[in-house]
Design a protein around this ligand. Structure first.
Ligand code: 5GP
Length: 231
């Protein structure tokens, strides 16, 4: 699966993350969902994580919205028409889908299923509607993390500072922000994003711990048998 672009420096956790993928033990991948109101730093955090950890890749959604300056088709999103979206949805090619800000967004199913079976993790930058649907489809593979802004003023400042969006779009996002925040109790973990380095370290810690869950380490039985055979 392609990863989002924009190279950023690796911070601290990469070697720890690699070590947490238990030495040679076969495992099932996991699905790490990040949701937050727009402007809480979710995209930066997601980029940081895929940069610092070679075992997780971003899911690239399809969307019917237009490409923003700086975005790359096939990397940030697959930009498709409404007709193409409808046909993919009706064929059952989307694992989940939702209407957000008057456009359709969805997660292509095949890359996700391939990653899970291959013991690779997938990171999702999707909204609460998508998280709910993934929870219906693949509850045991899902780890849900909600990102909160440190306070309302910071969120407002971040939304206003986004030069790419027109003022009416910003106003709409502000209104939507509190609706999105109301879904925080549906998530397994909540990170208040006061400092991006600290949030990145916390997110990495969640990922490491979830990888070590017994049920995800499919090869444990064989490993333990080999250990006890040597005793
Ligand atoms: P944006 O247009 O700013 O990139 O994204 C708008 C919102 O749509 C964000 O909250 C983002 O998380 C959500 N989103 C992006 N892709 C998907 C997807 O495939 N499914 C769902 N349910 N939401 C998505």
């Amino acid at each position: 699966m392609p990863q989002k672009p924009e190279k950023q420096s690796r911070k601290g956790v990469s070697s720890t993350s690699a070590a947490a993928v238990s030495a040679g033990i076969e495992r099932r991948g996991l699905l790490l969902v990040l949701s937050s109101p727009s402007g809480a730093g979710k995209t930066t955090l997601a980029q940081r994580l895929v940069e610092s950890d070679q075992h997780i890749a971003m899911s690239v959604s399809v969307t019917t919205r237009t490409c923003r300056p700086g975005e790359v088709d096939g990397q940030d999103y697959h930009f498709i028409s409404e007709a193409e979206f409808a046909s993919r949805r009706d064929r059952g090619d989307l694992l989940e889908w939702a209407a957000v800000f008057d456009h359709h967004y969805g997660t292509p199913k095949k890359p996700v299923m391939d990653a899970l079976a291959g013991g690779r993790d997938v990171l999702f930058d999707i909204d609460w509607q998508g998280a709910q649907q993934l929870n219906e489809q693949l509850p045991h593979d899902l780890v849900r993390v909600f990102i909160l802004p440190p306070d309302g003023k910071t969120l407002e400042r971040r939304l206003t500072a986004r030069a790419q969006d027109a003022p009416d779009v910003v106003a709409k996002r502000m209104k939507k922000a509190s609706a999105e925040i109301s879904h925080w109790p549906e998530y397994d973990y909540v990170i208040v994003n006061r400092d991006i380095d600290e949030s990145h370290a916390n997110l990495s810690a969640i990922l490491i711990a979830e990888r070590l869950k017994r049920r995800r380490q499919l090869g444990l039985m064989r490993f333990v048998r080999a250990v006890t055979d040597q005793l």
